[in-house]
Design a protein around this ligand. Sequence first.
Ligand code: ZN
Ligand code: ZN
Length: 152
Amino acid sequence: MTVTCELCHKVFEPDAGQAALIDRSKAKDMEQVMIKCPHCWSHTMVRFKTTAPEEPHLRCPVAGCDGFVVHLKDPDTGSSHWACGECGSGWTQLSSLQREIDRIIKVYPYRSGCYSRNGDQWLAAPSDQAPDNYDELVEQETPDPFESFDRD
Ligand SMILES: [Zn+2]
Ligand SMILES: [Zn+2]
């Protein structure tokens, strides 16, 4: 990597010690670290934490629901689950959510526009490629006669 000094605006390659410091700081999940510029000998900030783009939300794979599934993480336990704010469905296993997406796409192929395949996982399509009348189409689906919000 190269660093641009914030004071003299010259670009330099961190030396071995600085590179190690940068790696350690990254590993600690720090946002920035101060290193010395070899051109002007000032301390300059290396900012390597670019704010991660917000995780696009998956469309809810429940028939009749046009909501979005939100990924919720519990910072204390580290456990995560997925939930739809619209119909209240929840998944504790990503695999069961993925399986449900598989299923709904087969039944209602227009739903595949909402997802993109990455390896063996469904992700939210980068831009909503779903048909314009997606909400109307979903409204016409036969609602799932589910007994529980827990869909694993
Ligand atoms: Zn400098
Ligand atoms: Zn839903």
